[in-house]
Design a protein around this ligand. Structure first.
Ligand code: AMP
Length: 144
């Protein structure tokens, strides 16, 4: 299955935050939106970084609550791994597994065009397995 199929289903909306926002703002956005990550972008189109709940856990553990006054730029990951709409779900699963992160932004023509979370990958894999199981069952019982 291709990433474009997941995006067609769930949409291409991506929650972003400016690099000069504070980590307090990140905390609020993650909680209000029910997200696990925010793409860092000044214009909402060009990716400058990514900040996730794990980054917040790290700074809080290392520096305490006052770290939340700091800006996003100082905590985000600037070197973001992305994929295109035509990447396969297996390829993106490989990226997540090898690099140990759970979010991969989608880029088309240099512009942010969606985001895939590990939850999206797991859901599409389960859906695909269910379809395979159903057609195998039909084959075995002769009801296809
Ligand atoms: P996550 O598992 O997605 O919460 O992210 C774990 C760590 O990887 C955090 O430090 C994130 O900033 C970073 N990270 C998350 N997604 C990506 C990505 N697509 N490219 C590079 N780093 C990422």
């Amino acid at each position: 299955m291709r990433i474009s199929e997941i995006l067609d289903r769930k949409g291409t909306q991506v929650a972003t935050i400016r690099p000069d926002a504070t980590l307090h703002d990140v905390l609020r956005e993650l909680e209000q939106g029910g997200f696990g990550s925010l793409v860092v972008s000044t214009d909402g189109r060009t990716i400058e970084g990514i900040v996730t709940e794990r980054d917040l856990v790290r700074v809080l553990a290392q520096r305490g609550a006052s770290a939340l006054d700091g800006d996003v730029r100082s905590t985000m990951t600037a070197s973001v791994v992305t994929c295109g709409r035509d990447a396969t779900v297996d390829e993106v699963m490989g990226m997540m597994t090898n690099s140990r992160f759970r979010h991969v932004p989608v880029v088309e023509d240099g512009v942010l065009a969606g985001i895939i979370s590990i939850g999206d990958v797991v859901k599409s894999t389960i859906d695909e397995l269910a379809v395979k199981a159903e057609s195998l069952e039909s084959y075995v019982t002769g009801t296809y």
